[in-house]
Every structure is written in C-alpha cells, then in structure tokens.
Design a protein around this ligand. Structure first.
Ligand SMILES: Cc1ncc(COP(=O)(O)O)c(C=O)c1O
Length: 359
C-alpha cells in the first residue's frame, strides 16, 4: 500500500502511464479477491465496505426486478447493513420475509423454502453471524434458491478468513466482503456478482467498476484488500486450527469458573474466532469496563450496536432468556491472540463479572 499512498498518485481511469500503473495494481487486487472466491476477476466490484456491498446487492437486484418479483427473503439475525436496507426497501413498497433462527442462531433451510413465493426475487442469508459466530447453511439455501429460480446473496464478512468461500461451492450469485475483518484497512470491501446477474447501481456518476460503482477507486485500500485476502486464504487452515484450540481452552476454562454463564451460538456449526457469552444478572457494559481496565478489548453484542441500549436483535431472535440478555459480551480472537492472553482473560473474568453483578 505504501507506494500508492506515498508516490504513485495515478488515477486508474487515466490513460497515461501513471494511470495505467494504478490500474495495474487494482487488477492484481481484483485477481486476489477472485481467486479467494473461485470467481472471475470481472465478477468482483470494489466498494467502500460491506455495508455498501450489501446495499448494492439488495437494492441493486430488487430495484431491477419486475413488480411480480418484488419479494425479498432474509433472516432475523442479519447485520444491520442487511436488515436496515431490507426495511428501506419495505418503505419503497417491496415485501420482505424474515425467517427465524433456532436457539443456536441457525436458519432452517426448510423455513427459507417455505418463505419462497412466486414473487420472490432474492434471498440474502449471511455466511457467519457476527455476534455469535454461527455458520449458516448457505449452500443448502443457495441450492433451494437455484431450484426455484431465485437469486441468492450472502454477507460473508465474518467468513473469509475461516471458512470456504468458493462461490460455486456456496451456490451463491452474490457475496459481500469487508477488508477490516482480515487486517486490510477500514473502508474497503467488495461485492462478487455472478456474470449475467444485472444490478441497478446505488451510486450514480462515472463509469468506474464497469458502471456499477461510480467514483474514483480507493487505490491504497484496494491494494490492501487484495493482499489481505491473499494472506487470509493462505493461512486459513492453520489459523482455523490454532483458533479452535484457543476457543476450546477459553470455553472449557469458562465452564470451570462456574459464573452462571451461557455460551451462545452453535457448538458444531461455528467459527472459532467469535465467542459470545452471557452472564446472568450482569450488565455487559460493567463487565466490559472492568476488563478494559485490565487491558482487554472485548465487545458487547456487535460493535455497531454498542452505542444503543437495545438488547441485541440476534440474541433476542435466538430466544436467550431475558435475565442473560443484558449480560452478553463478545470475545473476538485473531492472528495476534495468544494462549497466554486467553489464560489471563480467564483469570481476570470472575472479578469483572462479580463486580458487574454488584457482589
Ligand atoms: C456481518 C457483517 N456485515 C456487514 C458489516 C459492515 O461492514 P463494513 O463496516 O465494512 O461496512 C459488518 C461489520 O463488521 C459485519 O460484521
């Protein structure tokens, strides 16, 4: 990224050598993203992040669909980038069905099958839930969509570093990515769109990204995304195994502490890097604050809802008992996380929870 930030200022749309140099680095990054998805480079569109990619996928398809295809199916546990876009589409007159999840946060593909109507134009179900780490049965849902001639999108933001993201295997027509979940800069992302799927643009302007996403490209961000995706895929298997061991140590240690806690999500169909835990009768904010004072950076629910006092829509949809809802913290692990840190966290936790319960 540094050459693009320091000295290579060409605009990829310029025909001169400096522009072509920038265009070249953009296309290298596009190839990296395409490789990670088993896609063609011309099926990858760079965006400002997953929020924009999700908006483009949902609005781009629905606004292009004829009136007899004005129904969207999604789930109750999607990120707000999907849920709030779906709500905006409802305000425009589109119909939306929100399929429920079970107590582990999993969508039942049969519920999706039942929700599909003759007017359904698009299904959007996330690959991995960002709050509880549950892996959704995207392939099965994608196959059901294909059988019924409906387009399928997945928000794969939390998945790329840890689960297979081959679009053919997943059976999806569109897939959203975000850079900052794999150590690329914030404010960069991509949308995969299968060749032949036509979307309406959400931003109007220049002809960049083959007319689908107007605006001069964020060259340093795109270069960073390309390298980050390439690295994430290369170390995927090794990191997944290492984090699984850390997750096991964390969950086993947590159970031994007898803190009256529920570990949320699906113990089988889950990623290792997200561990959501709910302490009965504790205020998550107080637990978080005490852990913060001991040097730990943990979250409440999702970062995007941290400012709101509403309990998480994901945990509510999973039916988490109310006395646990407000005591939920989310621990995220990644490349820098060590076993020593997990052990130190387990040591700091009882005091933080007790203090948050006012004991
Ligand atoms: C599942 C999911 N979708 C969408 C987003 C939004 O991504 P961005 O912040 O890149 O717009 C996030 C953010 O972390 C996420 O976890």
């Amino acid at each position: 990224m540094l050459p693009a930030l320091r000295e290579k200022f060409g605009n990829p749309s310029s025909l001169h050598w400096a522009g072509q140099e920038a265009r070249g680095s953009l296309e290298v990054a596009r190839q990296h993203v395409a490789n990670a998805l088993g896609a063609r480079p011309e099926e990858v569109y760079f965006t400002s992040g997953a929020t924009e990619a999700d908006n483009l996928a949902l609005c781009g398809v629905m606004r292009r669909c004829p009136p007899e295809r004005s129904h969207l199916v999604t789930s109750a546990v999607e990120h707000h980038a999907i849920l709030h876009t779906a709500r905006a589409l409802q305000d425009e007159g589109y119909a939306v069905s929100y399929v429920p999840v079970d107590g582990k946060g999993r969508v039942d593909p049969d519920d999706v099958r039942r929700a599909i109507r003759a007017e359904t134009g698009l299904i959007s179900i996330m690959l991995v839930n960002n709050e509880v780490g549950t892996i959704e049965p995207v392939r099965e849902i994608g196959m059901a969509a294909r059988e019924r001639g409906v387009l399928m999108h997945t928000d794969a933001v939390q998945g790329l570093s840890y689960v297979d993201t081959d679009v053919g295997d997943l059976c999806v027509d569109m897939l959203s990515l975000s850079g900052h979940k794999m150590y690329a800069p914030k404010g960069i992302g991509a949308l995969y769109v299968r060749q032949g799927v036509i979307l309406s643009p959400t931003l109007h302007g220049g002809p960049q990204e083959r007319g689908l996403r107007a605006g001069t490209e964020n060259v340093p961000g795109i270069v960073g995304l390309g390298v980050a995706v390439e690295l994430a895929v290369r170390r995927r298997a090794e990191e997944r195994d290492r984090l699984r061991r850390l997750r096991q140590a964390l969950v086993d240690g947590l159970m031994e502490l007898n803190l009256d806690v529920i570990v949320n999500g699906d113990p089988v169909h889950c990623v290792a890097h997200v561990v959501s835990m709910s302490f009965r009768g504790a205020e998550a904010e107080a637990v978080l604050f005490r852990l913060h004072n001991r040097g730990f950076a943990v979250s409440m629910g999702s970062a995007c809802t941290a400012q709101s006092i509403e309990p998480s829509h994901v945990l509510a949809a999973m039916g988490l008992p109310s006395e646990y809802l407000r005591g939920t913290i989310r621990v995220s692990m990644g490349v820098p996380t060590t076993e020593e840190e997990v052990m130190a966290f387990l040591e700091a936790l009882p005091e933080a929870v007790r203090a948050a319960r006012g004991i």
